[in-house]
Design a protein around this ligand. Structure first.
Ligand SMILES: [Zn+2]
Length: 678
């Protein structure tokens, strides 16, 4: 089926931090390439995005930084928007879910479903933190993942194994607000009955076997496991208020309101928004990362089906994850290449990153970004192939013809073959883009530059100019045509370079995709402008500096971890404390426990008796230095065998966050052995 118009969305980035290369490679770059291509084809397309500004992590961040959630989202909406613009991500609108339009739209959408009786009202037991006096959203609960054993799984998802969880699945749940074990308390919420909708959803997914196999496969595995009703409201105070009676203190689930953000952003963009959301001749495509597949392929379509007046996503070309230098990209560990920093450090090299990320896009499996590869892609491909071809063509045109396009006279057999080859590229690249295979499309584009390079190398106009000037005119004319075609075809991938080359060629800016099938884009006599290099080499020291920067941030992160103070333990009673018999003692003898690194065997005068204690302090003290040292010793600890030696008590030590140990001794000299510590 052919479509009259396109609505293309890119995942709403979450406004609790800046965006990094993983985001760009995962969805914004492929979406931008796709949209630029559609525009070049003359299609009617709206490219929709905005920041996702609700949900629990934002409230957690605000709490941690001592600011309001609004201040958090204002800050990151701006940083993210600037970064996207800097990389030429050509949204028609970059809106935000805290906007008035969005609150109204999301609220109305919920109300419509509520009035139609779609939701199931259910009183459920939810985790509640008694100390903080609030219900705990999934993200406020951590515990052990029942599937992989990760100790830091969240109440909704384990980031280690990727499983989606319910908070009640977690083993040993703890509140992140107080560190306490939460209790169960009842609360009323509204559920989308995905279980009863399953047949409808299944039919929809099955009608899209053309989807990428990673996407289709994930949907099928959800369906095979059986869909469960999912709460569309939450007990929280940050978000879109639930617009019905008896829902005080509740907001819409962030995954209910966020995808509606695409709709409200379109409303902000155009009064004709309904054409882009409700007309069957509109093709709706969501670009996302793989962590959002279920929300875009199952939950959002289910919401749209339940509402009834909307079209459903036609495709959801989700990418897998991009890693960085062999390690998972992590915002909290600062293991990332941040887009706003790249823009400052690599001025005018946006296309180099676009190129590298597209050439390495994690389209079918997770992929790795390394700075070494970035350098290689720039130096061996952009500079050596594309840049080299364009530069030789333009320099020779200026040298031989004062920048005027020469007349092509007689074509050789090879020229005719070349012309045929050139005219096939737009269709080849189109086919790849329309199947969301952007790596393949980019590699076809480079093949055109390779073809040009080879043509120059085979024909050697710089030698031929001495013997056959007329033939050189044809060679240069054809080379210039290739450069012009490249300009049109590279625009979706490398928009900054396309603009630069277009202006050097003095090319008509109205040229579109279909024009690239022609081989007469530059007429004889057309004056081109002065030329400069399209790409510069990236030197070794630049790469070394970036790798060092990552190493520094890893180190910094470890130091920060060390400076964290251990959290307070749970309350204890005086009674429990007073059961412990702690005395002042003196070390009489000390020796290493053989075949151990940390253990010393000590003989202690406790005032009560002289006894043997094994203590793990050899990393901080040498045996010969501590004879006569006063210590605090817990004397009524049950004896236990350590490395075959019975240890009768425990020396108390202070330990800092670097793991250094210190004795705890009386600050006055007249505290005799056996003095009580209480
Ligand atoms: Zn897990």
């Amino acid at each position: 089926m052919t479509f009259k118009r396109h609505t293309v969305t890119a995942a709403l980035p979450y406004a609790n931090g800046p965006v990094h290369i993983g985001h760009l490679a995962g969805c914004y770059l492929p979406a931008d390439i796709y949209v630029r291509y559609l525009r070049s084809k003359g299609e009617d397309v709206k490219f929709i995005c905005g920041s996702d500004e609700h949900g629990v992590p934002i409230t957690i961040k605000a709490k941690k930084e001592g600011v309001t959630p609004q201040q958090v989202v204002d800050k990151y909406h701006k940083i993210m928007g600037d970064a996207f613009e800097g990389f030429g991500i050509s949204f028609d609108i970059f809106s935000r879910t805290s906007s008035k339009t969005h609150h109204e739209t999301a609220s109305d959408f919920f109300k419509t479903l509520y009035d139609k009786g779609v939701f199931k009202e259910e009183v459920t037991e939810q985790y509640f933190d008694e100390k903080a006096n609030q219900f705990l959203a999934d993200r406020y609960i951590v515990g052990t993942c029942p599937k992989c054993g990760n100790d830091n799984a969240y109440g909704d998802q384990c980031e280690k194994c990727g499983s989606t969880l319910n908070a009640t699945d977690l083993i040993n749940p703890k509140s992140t607000l107080s560190g306490e074990k939460p209790i169960m308390k009842s609360t009323k919420n509204w559920f989308l009955p995905l279980d009863t909708m399953q047949p409808q959803i299944e039919a929809y997914i099955d009608s899209h076997k053309e989807w990428k196999s990673n996407v289709f496969g994930q949907c099928k595995s959800w369906l095979n496991a059986g869909l469960q009703p999912r709460a569309m409201t939450r007990d929280l105070d940050w978000g879109v208020k639930v617009p019905i009676e008896g829902a005080d203190g509740k907001v819409l689930y962030v995954w209910f309101d966020a995808p509606i953000g695409y709709i409200s952003a379109t409303k902000d963009l155009t009064p004709d928004w309904e054409l882009y959301w409700k007309d069957k001749e509109t093709k709706l495509v969501h670009f996302i990362g793989k962590d959002n597949i279920v929300f875009h392929c199952i939950i959002f379509p289910a919401m749209l089906m339940a509402e009834g007046s909307y079209i459903l996503p036609e495709n959801v070309p989700a990418n897998e994850f991009l890693n960085l230098e062999g390690d998972k990209i992590s915002t909290s560990r600062n293991w990332a290449v941040w887009l706003h920093e790249y823009l400052l450090e690599f001025k005018d090299k946006q296309d180099v990153l676009r190129y590298t990320l597209c050439a390495n896009a994690p389209e079918t499996k997770d992929n790795d970004f390394t700075w070494k590869d970035f350098q290689a892609k720039n130096n061996n491909e952009l500079v050596a192939i594309l840049g080299n071809f364009v530069n030789r063509t333009l320099v020779l045109t200026h040298k031989y013809y004062e920048g005027k396009v020469p007349v092509a006279s007689e074509y050789t057999k090879n020229d005719i073959l070349l012309l045929e080859e050139i005219s096939k590229f737009p269709a080849k690249i189109s086919a790849s883009i329309e199947q969301y295979r952007f790596r393949e499309a980019l590699s076809e584009l480079m093949n055109l530059a390779r073809l040009g390079n080879k043509y120059l190398a085979d024909n050697e106009p710089w030698i031929l100019i001495k013997t056959d000037a007329k033939r050189v005119q044809t060679i240069m004319n054809l080379s210039l045509q290739i450069a012009a075609n490249l300009t049109v075809l590279m625009e979706p991938f490398l928009p900054f370079t396309a603009a630069k080359l277009g202006s050097m060629l003095n090319l008509n800016t109205d040229l579109r995709w279909k024009d690239a099938t022609r081989t007469d884009l530059l007429l004889a006599g057309h004056q081109i402008n002065t030329s400069s290099l399209l790409f510069d080499k990236v030197e070794d020291e630049t790469i070394v500096a970036q790798v060092q920067k990552l190493a520094d941030s890893k180190k910094m992160n470890e130091l920060e971890k060390q400076s964290e103070i251990e959290p307070a333990k749970a309350e204890t009673s005086f009674e429990d404390f007073s059961k412990m018999d702690i005395r002042v003692g003196t070390i009489l003898e000390a020796e290493r426990v053989p075949k151990t690194d940390k253990l010393l065997k000590l003989l202690i005068d406790t005032g009560i008796d002289k006894r043997t204690v094994v203590s793990g302090i050899a990393g901080s003290y040498k045996p010969e230095d501590i004879i006569g040292q006063q210590v605090s010793i817990l004397v009524n600890l049950a004896p236990r065998k350590i490395k075959g030696i019975e240890s009768q008590g425990m020396i108390l030590m202070a330990e800092n966050n670097k793991g250094e140990l210190s004795f705890v001794e009386p600050s006055k000299p007249n505290m005799n052995n056996g003095a009580v510590i209480k």
